[in-house]
Design a protein around this ligand. Structure first.
Ligand code: MD5
Ligand code: FE
Length: 210
């Protein structure tokens, strides 16, 4: 089943079967333990994010991309694997029901939420591309707040995202405000090897030449 949230924004509940969810959890665990490990980014205000993030392909620091982990030990970012680009193409094709050979994601942000972790309303504008963002959710459910391109406030729509769900944000929805106000700790979680918390992978095209 596919559900259009807004033009260009398509939610496919349960798109990842349990085997693929388990494989992604294993991969995320490996990425999170490489080099200096997963980290809570520090905002320019000095505040620390409650979400912890590990990056592939390009390292995201509020609010820019680098090939090196400039806010950690300066080491090179983990490469973006070819199989993950294949998964991204498959995801865009499934959401839009049309082939997506041109979709070539080169950056992934893997976000880990636990406890009271949340993400305030923001827009993803560091990429120099208007290609869609692919979002894959694993583990505990969350409330995802899908807003509008104009402001942090209303109108917005709250959508529950559960383990295995795919959302593709493209077209007029690519630069909409969005956030994760809270986890849904009481929703049922399948046995995919994640003890607690929520993982979200976003695949993006950086649009950076290099
Ligand atoms: C998450 N992550 O659930 C979300 C999923 C982030 C982030 O917000 O920046 O890491 S990505 C949702 C997204 C991406 C691009 C556009 C829109 C939503 N949108 O227009 O709503 O951890
Ligand atoms: Fe975002």
């Amino acid at each position: 089943p596919r559900r259009t949230l807004a033009p260009g924004a398509v939610h496919v509940p349960g798109w990842l079967d349990l085997d693929r969810q388990r494989e992604l959890v294993v991969a995320c665990r490996e990425w999170a333990s490489e080099g200096p490990g997963i980290r809570a980014a520090t905002l320019p205000s000095g505040a620390t994010m409650s979400v912890r993030t590990v990056c592939l392909g390009w390292h995201w620091i509020p609010y820019r991309y680098s090939r090196t982990r400039d806010d950690q030990d300066g080491s090179p970012v983990t490469p973006f694997p070819g199989w993950l680009a294949d998964l991204g193409r498959e995801a865009v094709a499934a959401a839009y029901d049309t082939p997506a050979q041109d979709y070539a994601p080169d950056v992934a942000l893997v976000n880990f939420y636990d406890g009271d972790a949340r993400m305030g309303q923001h827009r993803d504008v560091e990429e120099r591309s208007d290609a869609p963002v692919v979002s894959l959710s694993l583990g505990e459910g969350c409330v995802f707040r899908f807003g509008n391109p104009e402001s942090r406030g209303k109108p917005y729509t709250d959508v529950d995202l559960l383990s295995g769900d795919l959302v593709v944000f493209g077209g007029p929805s690519r630069f909409a405000y969005h956030g994760v106000p809270r986890l849904l700790p009481d929703a049922e979680v399948p046995a995919i090897g994640l003890r607690s918390g929520r993982l979200n992978l976003t695949l993006r095209m950086s649009g950076i030449a290099d």
